[in-house]
Design a protein around this ligand. Structure first.
Ligand code: DX5
Ligand code: ZN
Length: 208
């Protein structure tokens, strides 16, 4: 199992990014919020881009924003493996997925807990990744929604039926207990469970 670490709930981002850099974590999950798609707002790109000073891990960028096209060119400049935005933005989804691909970066779509997996069907041929939200997006430290278990199973069956090779990433409330409900995933994204611990590597080992 691959692990992506979210630092959204970190009280000291430079320190925690340096600590994560010393682990074998696969990706750094970068949560971006615009105050429109979700109520909260994260730091502007001018600050966020400094991530590179503290870690050389590949980035898994999660855009919780209404206008992904404004953010894609910025985050494409960093050491980015995936850029994911939400299927709920409705507008210009194919265009924005193609924009991500034009930078040679893998693209993903995220789905909120109440959005049905079938909403992904039109975009499956373009997708490298699907980010299943196991909490409502917008805040770290929330409890994992148990309905996610069936949703992941349903998504895996859908991907198989369409011969899609997209990876499944799950995000929100992931720890050593809730991971058992995510066995059909390829990547676990975990924030508070890792960041609020003394030993990051031990927690990452527990998620694999
Ligand atoms: C929630 C974010 C998540 C979150 C994960 O909106 O997308 O990435 O920070 O953090 P935990 O593991 O604390 O739920
Ligand atoms: Zn996220």
């Amino acid at each position: 199992m691959k692990v992506s670490a979210s630092f959204l709930n970190s009280s000291n981002v430079p320190r925690d990014l340096k600590r994560l850099n010393e682990t074998d974590v696969d990706y750094i999950h970068v949560d971006i919020m615009d105050g429109k798609f979700v109520p909260n707002k994260t730091m502007p790109f001018s600050e966020m881009k400094n991530i590179y000073k503290f870690t050389d891990k590949r980035l898994d960028v999660h855009l919780m924003v209404q206008n992904p096209e404004k953010y894609i060119p910025l985050y494409a400049e960093l050491n980015t493996e995936y850029i994911t935005f939400h299927v709920e933005v409705m507008d210009k989804i194919e265009e924005d997925l193609e924009l991500i691909k034009s930078y040679g970066i893998k693209c993903g779509l995220a789905i909120k807990p109440n959005t049905p997996v079938k909403s992904l069907v039109p975009y499956l041929p373009l997708l490298d990744l699907i980010l299943v939200m196991s909490v409502e997006p917008g805040l770290g430290g929330q409890a994992f929604l148990s309905s996610t278990h069936d949703k992941i199973k349903e998504l895996r069956a859908l991907l198989n039926s369409y011969h899609s090779k997209a990876l499944i990433n799950v995000d929100g409330g992931i720890d050593n207990k809730t991971k058992k409900m995510c066995e059909d995933c390829d990547i676990l994204t975990s924030g508070s469970y890792i960041i609020h611990s003394e030993n990051f590597q031990e927690k990452i080992d527990g998620l694999r």
